[in-house]
Design a protein around this ligand. Structure first.
Ligand SMILES: Nc1nc2c(ncn2[C@@H]2O[C@H](COP(=O)(O)OP(=O)(O)OP(=O)(O)O)[C@@H](O)[C@H]2O)c(=O)[nH]1
Ligand SMILES: [Mg+2]
Length: 322
């Protein structure tokens, strides 16, 4: 999962990037990638309790610190979502205005891509081209009316390659000086949270033991990375499921509503192709049973077919054959 950090020059993008990833230095001239592991107490528990010697793999989110927002660039278009940073330390922030501006920029770019493509398809009348033209024309109409392509609904797979950015989720961070409000607002469907980028960046450079103390003394109840991850999960509609065996205990994030077969494909394409069934137990059931053996005795493991909608906290054992 890739989240691109965007925003006006000097708004604090790199500062927020450092606060979240713990990677310091400003590197003004170049883009940077940074990875954040998603804290997961259930994974810690499963690992510690059942396979302490196995590898423990958290979900990770990649953040891209951009230098210049340019939605023509592939790097930005392939992102799964955008984190808009608004300057709240050197001026009165206007998240509403900047959100609107960002959305307009995305829509303009999408419109440009669609118009180019339509011009190319102008003289094509085979079945596929006609279908494509029909959908693109509908998308163009939305954009012409100031609406993002997201409002079209599910974009068919064969058009996914266009990576329309106005279809992607946006989260807004107001990079504030001090006295931030911890509560989150929603402006035009965009979750907006304020955080103290500079201070959080400094704290993220401290040792683990020192950090807790500083967060407390600065009145920060939850570190920036955790807050942002929580909001990303909510905004992108993600849930976590788990797999475990002697070799690895692992967390996976998928979109809510995904079925067992598609989830198997997230683990490995062979598992999706050769999917037979899934043995499923929820984290809570396993924990309350106390052991895998006991859980089996109590009949808490369910056998589910390919259409089973995976739920947050499920532990999956995929049976497959290829
Ligand atoms: N006081 C204060 N200064 C900040 C804060 N965040 C960033 N700054 C300062 O503002 C300047 C710009 O911050 P950056 O994080 O580099 O901003 P940017 O958006 O990455 O800038 P560009 O990549 O050049 O567009 C730096 O000198 C930071 O130290 C903040 O929360 N408080
Ligand atoms: Mg920067």
């Amino acid at each position: 999962m890739l989240i691109a950090i965007v925003g006006k020059p000097g708004s604090g993008k790199s500062t927020v990037f450092s606060a979240i990833t713990g990677i310091s230095g400003l590197h003004r001239a170049s883009e940077r990638h940074g990875t954040v592991l998603v804290p997961d107490e259930r994974l810690d528990y499963l690992h510690k309790t059942y396979h302490p010697d196995a590898k423990k793999t958290y979900v990770h989110i990649e953040f891209l610190d951009t230098v210049k927002i340019d939605f023509s660039r592939e790097e930005l278009r392939v992102a799964d979502g955008y984190l808009l940073v608004v300057d709240g330390f050197s001026r009165v922030p206007d998240p509403e205005g900047e959100i609107r501006e960002l959305k307009e920029e995305m829509m303009l770019k999408d419109l440009e891509i669609i118009e180019k493509r339509l011009a190319k398809l102008d003289r094509a009348f085979d079945q596929e081209s006609v279908r494509e033209k029909k959908i693109l024309t509908a998308l163009k109409e939305l954009l012409d009316n100031g609406k993002p392509v997201r409002e079209y609904g599910e974009i068919p797979d064969f058009l996914r390659g266009f990576n329309f950015s106005s279809g992607k989720p946006v989260i807004c961070v107001v990079n504030s000086k001090e006295g931030i409000e911890e509560e989150e607002k929603v402006i035009e469907g965009v979750p907006v949270l304020s955080l103290q980028g500079e201070i959080e960046k400094e704290i993220s450079e401290l040792s683990l033991e020192e950090r807790d103390e500083f967060y407390k003394s600065m009145g920060i109840s939850e570190p920036a990375a955790k807050r942002i991850i929580r909001i990303i999960y909510k905004k992108l509609g993600l849930i976590t499921f788990y797999t475990m065996n002697r070799k690895e205990v692992r967390a996976w994030s998928v979109e809510d509503g995904i079925n067992a077969k598609t989830a198997a494909g997230v683990i490995h394409s062979d598992m999706e192709r050769g999917f037979i069934r899934a043995e499923v137990i929820s984290f809570d059931d396993l924990k309350s049973a106390g052991s895998e053996k006991k859980a089996r005795e109590l009949g808490l493991y369910r056998v589910e077919g390919k259409d089973y909608p995976v739920r947050d906290g499920d532990i999956l054992f995929i049976r497959f054959s290829v």
